[in-house]
Design a protein around this ligand. Sequence first.
Ligand code: MN
Length: 310
Amino acid sequence: MANTVINSTTSEINQIKAHYAPFSQPKLPPGAIFAAKAPRFTVTAYKSGKVMFQGADGEKEAAKWQGTATALSPSRSAKKPVTRNLPAGFSDWNVLGSDEVGTGDFFGPITVCASYVTRDQMPLLKALGVKDSKAMKDPEICAIAKEIIPIIPHSVLICPNPKYNEVIRRGMNQGQIKALLHNRALGNVLKRIAPERPQAILIDQFAEKNTYYRYLAHETEIVREDVFFATKAEGLHLSVAASSIIARYKFVEAFSAMERELGRPLTKGAGAKVDQTAAQIIRAFGPEKLAQYTKQHFANTEKAMKLAQK
Ligand code: MN
């Protein structure tokens, strides 16, 4: 199996670390500063700045960061903060932005939101607390989401776990699912606001641009015009920040509904505590029931099965 190695700056490695945190491994090989094991690939970042991707999807996964690294900092060695390849003044433009939540969580659906934020609305949204939600806790995010949902044109799409598991079984990968949902959510909002057009569309980047559009090859309507991709886009335009907040709210809502249905608290993320919770559900209701609430292809499934048999 091929190894793909990319060279990254410290800030890129930090992004990579944050992205794969749900799959991080405690044991590090010599010289490594971070290691993660996802269902179809492993990632190891070294002090030297090299990041190695291995496994069935290793190359595909590396391509996504290589694309980002190239797009964001043309001279790799430059230590300056990422320039974000966006036009000057972009944060004040009228932008349709999209983001997703739930991709690293074993329990719960993937939720994707696209929302349109005009320059006029920015002071109000800021006053309501819309900002990069990474620093916010769920109750705050949900409270802000309820305030902004009635005032900004948006579309939220949810991929419930049974549907997710079915399409993964048919051979789709998570990137494809995300691409389909982003594209449809963006298309929905474009229709809703027509004949008005956003000055630009910003997608919180999860795949290299060419990969994203390859994932959409079979779609009849593909949003292509004025589209920009950037990682950590919640910090680049309020439309993505708002989408991130709404998507998180919908995820939290779905998660709570699952807890009510199963009559027990569940665990977010994909760590060891999640395996324990999942094992309890297998013991109480059987593995088929667990599948209805989880992303079955995660390594957690197998770990939980083993725990449940103990
Ligand atoms: Mn995102």
